[in-house]
Design a protein around this ligand. Structure first.
Ligand code: AHG
Ligand code: MN
Ligand code: MN
Length: 342
């Protein structure tokens, strides 16, 4: 364990994610280390997924036929592969009681009584899957909750899962882009690590990240424009007509990538509700909530257009929510359109 307070890590030192997570335990004096053990399960899985993503484009060249590749393994869709790896790496961690994934209709209950299985891990194993075919960035998003009732009697697992984002113990994502990057928070700032392919270690690349208070990039799927509420349309017209400042537009179509850019450069990402998707598209528990936790820890904001994302109590595992997230000033401006009293 590295005993240095985080601000005192020498600039040239190579701090691994493992060391950093252990260092964060100083904020939790009663920590037993089991939380670090859980997070190491997540990082183990994402390293395996990253390696698979790097080889995905080679599948054709290496001669995969039908459903089998040359090693005789069944060729799987990358999102199913990612899901299975995360399930495997996390289910061996005795302190994980429930796993819930975008790819599974129901949560997987690993421990339903006794003191084991204190944590709930929710994840989007492969975010931005439509980007896979064209070599664009994709990622994994995760959120960690703690079970509320830890007695020996039967537990209400769904009630444990449907907690507001404010209760998250940790959240983060891994982006498989030009490099593999992991960003996480446990409520003590937002920290970024880059995977060193040579050593296989995630190395600290930015500590205590802050979203710029103002940012001039807006990010939205504008093909939905005619299906947005009139207040969202008005907001978009306003920022497009603005000369001082002048906005620019970027949209990758993978939340991890669009959020990562927003975290670094500021601005606003939005996926509003539409007439055919009144609750929006993105999922509360493993897309909106973890990104909202990261955004707020980095000094930004996240709202559904009316209410803070972190205060919303989800009604179902796969519930959706509109999302406006990013720089404080841009999200506040969006809110001045979407939350005006009519
Ligand atoms: P997933 O690949 O996990 O299903 O998520 C896709 C999501 C999200 O990553 C992205 O922000 C959004 O879908 C893009 O949707 P549109 O194609 O409708 O713009
Ligand atoms: Mn997704
Ligand atoms: Mn997905």
């Amino acid at each position: 364990m590295n005993d240095l307070p985080e601000s005192q890590f020498p600039e040239t030192s190579m701090v691994t994610l493992q060391q950093h997570i252990m260092g964060q335990q100083r904020y939790h004096p009663t920590a037993t280390g089991e939380f670090s053990w859980l997070l190491s399960g997540l990082t183990q899985a994402t390293k395996i997924i990253s390696a698979k993503v790097r080889r995905a484009g080679l599948v054709d060249i290496l001669g995969a036929t039908g459903n089998e590749n040359i090693q005789g393994e069944v060729v799987q869709k990358l999102d199913i592969f990612a899901n299975e790896i995360l399930m495997k790496c996390l289910s061996y961690r005795g302190n994980v009681g429930i796993l819930a994934s975008e790819e599974n209709e129901n949560p997987i209950i690993l421990h339903d009584s006794g003191a084991a299985g204190r944590y709930i891990v929710l994840f989007d194993p492969l975010d931005g899957s439509s980007n896979i075919d064209c070599n664009m960035p994709i990622g994994t998003i995760f959120s960690v909750l703690e079970r509320q009732n830890t007695g020996f009697g039967p537990r209400d697992s769904m009630a444990d899962i449907l907690q507001p984002g404010l209760k998250q113990r940790a959240a983060g994502y891994v982006i498989y882009g030009s490099s593999t990057i992991l960003v996480y928070t446990t409520g003590q700032g937002v920290h970024m690590f880059t995977l060193d392919p040579a050593s296989g270690a995630f190395l600290l690349s930015r500590e205590n990240m802050k979203i710029p208070e103002d940012g001039l990039i807006y990010s939205v799927n504008e093909s939905n424009y005619t299906r947005f509420d009139s207040d969202v349309q008005e907001y978009l017209v306003k920022i497009k007509k603005s000369e001082k400042p002048r906005y620019n537009s970027r949209y990758v179509g993978a939340l991890v990538a669009d959020f990562h850019r927003t975290l670094l450069k500021g601005g606003i990402f939005m996926y509003p509700s539409t007439s055919d998707a009144p609750k929006g598209k993105l999922r509360m528990l493993y897309e909106c909530s973890p990104m909202a936790f990261l955004a707020e820890q980095a000094g930004g904001m996240a709202t559904d257009g009316k209410q803070s994302i972190l205060e919303k109590i989800p009604g179902a595992l796969h519930e959706r929510s509109p999302l406006f997230i990013g720089s404080k000033n841009q999200v506040e401006e969006a809110l001045s359109f979407t939350n005006k009293t009519k």
